[in-house]
Design a protein around this ligand. Sequence first.
Ligand SMILES: Cc1cc2nc3c(=O)[nH]c(=O)nc-3n(C[C@H](O)[C@H](O)[C@H](O)COP(=O)(O)OP(=O)(O)OC[C@H]3O[C@@H](n4cnc5c(N)ncnc54)[C@H](O)[C@@H]3O)c2cc1C
Length: 554
Amino acid sequence: MGYFNEEHNLFRDSLSEFLEREVRPNIEEWEKAGRIPKSIWQKMGKMGFLGLTFPQKYGGGDLDFFFEVIFNEELGRLNSGGFVITQQVVQYMSTPYIYKYGSDKLKEKYLPGIISGDLIGCIGITEPDAGSDTKNIQTRAELVDDHYLINGSKTFITNGLYGDFVVLVVKTDTSAGSKGVSLICVDLDLKGITKNKINKLGWHSSDTAEIGFDNVKVPKENLIGEEGEGFYYLMNGLQLERLCFLPSNVATMEYALSVSLDYMSQRRAFGRTIDKFEVIRHKVSHLSSELEALKAFSYYCCDLFDKGIYDVKLCSMGKLLVTELHEKISTECLQFFGGNGFTEDYPMARMFRDSRVGTIGGGTSEIMREIIAKVIIDDVKYLKAKSNINSKENLINFSTDYLNKEKTNPSEAFDNYDFSIATKALVISDNTINTTIKHINQADDNGSKKSSSQVIRHQIAQMASEIECYKQFVNSLSNKLKLTENLDKEILMAKLTSMQLMDKVVSQCFEIFGNYNDLNDHPLNEIFHTSKKIQISNNKRDLHENIAKFIIEN
Ligand SMILES: Cc1cc2nc3c(=O)[nH]c(=O)nc-3n(C[C@H](O)[C@H](O)[C@H](O)COP(=O)(O)OP(=O)(O)OC[C@H]3O[C@@H](n4cnc5c(N)ncnc54)[C@H](O)[C@@H]3O)c2cc1C
């Protein structure tokens, strides 16, 4: 299935040409200076590169979400986490609250400046004593006549030093728990605001600050939406915040693999270029296959978002997987460069330090697993908060036909051996995790359930995320196969990733079940035998080598 049309492609070309000319040559200087000049955002605003999905009446492009996907991919390819996050915070993490829930007056005041690149925004959630535990924030906004009086402090605020305003998360009622949380738009030059720079491991060109609020007076009309609804708004908004990491991180990882392959085709050791060593080739095929799968999953999640579908589980799974893989690929690709990888003369040092924050910012990996576990183990439903704009809300067909066929009538599944192994491995993984979820939700003789163990919950959340990702990968290939595209490499990649996943899921689920006297009595007995049969008749070493040939020699 193609997500990009001719218009998208033209936009990509013009954005990419601009970034190569105006941004890439300056990144090193901005990294050293610890800030990005506003003039570059103003230039991008003039070119129509900002506010792509916002309405034309505020200067936006009124375009579909795949223009934002391209925006994130092209910024991601620059290999500067600091540059990417600065505008991601503006476009996806702060402005949407004003646009979706703010009054017309607030929109007219802020949106045109944001879209022209004149205004830089921040999102102020985290406090020194409340990070993951957002409900526990203490910053207070008290309504006094026609204004709010704000007291408290925020920390780790991206764009906090040089930004113009912050969408501030405050308590307007300290006795109402999450129902006392509100959002207020606060200009950062008001009396009573203090800022301290935070020095960080990575994202050097992005400014990060601790911000203090001491009796800061903000007009009442700067309240975004309704008092007490802020927590709801945030829970919705965080989905877009997490989603935008997918295309940008995927593109950065593609860049990492591409520069590594170039380097390895030149660098010689023991009389040959290092891309001829088996372990390196297999690592390349392993990482590239995981990345290819995640890219398909990323497009799938973005497509759902574009269609107005709100899926907390998928956004959390995507954020979890993409940031964890980014960290892994940065580490492994740096290793490909040997000593040069550790120097500032090659691209991997910056990527290595920039990637580390991915599993922390925007909700940690542990918090993502918590959310996913609640949905898949406890059947918790997250509802969408109402906004004051008309969003499209289409129903789409979650087609996993090929998997259903594999389950009910394997002979009708695709006539491609490698593809059928990939689907079989996925069906086994899916069945195994479902059987295991049922098992952990059953009480034992003492009335306790394994589903109360956080370690087990997180293990299941991780495996379920990988299953969902590979399902969408295989699904995307099945759609393309119908168009008879040549997908030899991708099918091998799907086979490899699905088989690796199956081995992991079966083995970890056995562990979760715990002690059994006899394998024959084990609920996973049949699954175990089928998975081992697949494993012994499909050599993964050959598979790795065949994928490596496609990537390295082609
Ligand atoms: C560079 C950078 C930029 C940032 N930008 C912004 C920004 O612009 N705006 C903003 O509001 N915030 C921002 N943040 C803050 C970021 O969102 C938080 O750091 C993050 O949510 C984690 O909160 P914390 O640092 O307080 O960690 P804590 O919540 O103290 O967590 C510490 C550790 O405990 C774990 N933990 C916590 N709760 C659980 C649990 N229930 N189960 C298992 N483990 C748990 C965490 O996963 C983590 O490993 C930024 C952070 C960084 C580093």
